[in-house]
Write a protein that binds this ligand. Structure first.
Ligand SMILES: NC(=O)C1=CN([C@@H]2O[C@H](COP(=O)(O)OP(=O)(O)OC[C@H]3O[C@@H](n4cnc5c(N)ncnc54)[C@H](O)[C@@H]3O)[C@@H](O)[C@H]2O)C=CC1
Ligand SMILES: O=C(CO)COP(=O)(O)O
Length: 298
């Protein structure tokens, strides 16, 4: 049995009766799923998956500290908190210090999972025993999970690939071509790896599903909201501000961290400029191409 909590009573009651979800058109909710807008309906035992946008994680976990403290919490959000520069697990360490924390991340569109399409993800938890338990609990016939103890690496891969997806969308939207996209993905991966290494992540985590895997998905598919925001920027079109696009705030947060720490993250810097409309794509491209020549190293 699985319980799904959401804050909107009308939407949750509708989902419970109609067995469908407005955000996943065409999907039928499994009989084992109960939808509720009362968080006290959650059973006392078992892991809780937190799937709210990154910039709301602190508010949600603070509001429901009584219900979430001391539990196993599986973070599904991908991003960095703009106001603090913290990763999701670092926010939880502040708001719910007694919780056991895991991270579920990697290349997966919710719509694909809902359709039962094959998907593989990273499940990261510092406690390997807990990771093994969660791995068994959360797999499904079409969903394969690989374990990792590198929470930092898993979180950074998931957060930073969204910034690169915006860059790639902008390049494609502006008609710069697939070769430009490949260059951005490759040098973007180098940038992700540099920053992750500086923050203590393991290189092999970045090379896995949570980093390289999700970068490949989000930089090449219009199923990605981050890629679509980039496309709109590149085409000079408006974009619906109500859509969750994690890479925008993450680009700002990461650029600020890079400036403070002296890290060289040129693609992140131009994406921060693009999302804040301080730069246009032509100027961004010119800035990247005019950088001093260097050896090809991460
Ligand atoms: N949609 C996808 O395919 C995937 C999403 N993610 C990550 O999951 C996180 C959430 O993304 P989505 O579910 O796609 O976003 P979404 O925008 O579709 O849904 C977010 C949900 O959170 C709720 N919410 C927002 N603020 C809240 C608050 N203060 N209290 C309670 N509920 C609140 C919204 O009402 C909405 O139902 C993001 O970090 C995203 O990167 C990760 C992998 C795949
Ligand atoms: O993280 C995702 C796929 O792995 C979802 O991507 P978007 O948030 O860009 O839609």
């Amino acid at each position: 049995p699985v319980w799904l909590w959401g804050r909107n009573a009308e939407v949750m009651a509708g989902m419970q009766i109609e067995r469908s979800c407005p955000r996943l058109p065409g999907a039928t909710l499994a009989p084992a799923l109960t939808c509720s807008s009362d968080i006290n309906d959650l059973p006392a035992e078992g892991p809780v998956l937190l799937a709210v946008p990154m910039q709301t994680l602190r508010a949600v976990t603070t509001s429901f500290a009584a219900q979430l403290a001391h539990r196993t919490l599986v973070l599904c959000c991908k991003g960095i908190e703009l106001s603090t520069g913290l990763r999701p697990s670092q926010v939880l360490a502040q708001t719910l210090p007694d919780a056991r924390i895991a991270v579920l991340t990697g290349p997966s569109f919710a719509a694909d999972i809902a359709r039962g399409l094959p998907t593989a993800l990273t499940l990261a938890c510092a406690d390997e025993g807990e990771a093994k338990r969660l791995q068994q609990q959360l797999i499904a016939p079409h969903l394969r999970l690989y374990r990792s103890t590198d929470v930092t690496g898993a979180e950074l891969g998931g957060a930073l690939k969204n910034v690169m997806a915006i860059a790639c969308g902008a390049a494609i939207g502006a008609g710069l071509g697939d070769s430009a996209r490949a260059a951005l993905m490759t040098r973007g991966y180098a940038e992700m790896s540099r920053m992750a290494a500086a923050l203590g992540a393991r290189p092999e985590t970045l090379a896995g599903l949570s980093g390289f895997g999700d970068l490949a998905l989000t930089c090449t598919s219009e199923g990605s909201r981050n890629f679509r925001l980039g496309l709109a920027i590149g085409r000079g079109e408006p974009f619906d501000p109500a859509v969750t696009v994690e890479g925008a705030a993450t680009a700002r947060a990461t650029h600020a961290l890079a400036q403070a720490e002296g890290w060289d993250l040129p693609i992140t810097a131009v994406v921060a400029g693009l999302v804040d409309a301080r730069l246009d794509v032509k100027t961004a491209m010119a800035q990247l191409l005019a950088r001093p020549l260097k050896e090809e190293t991460p």
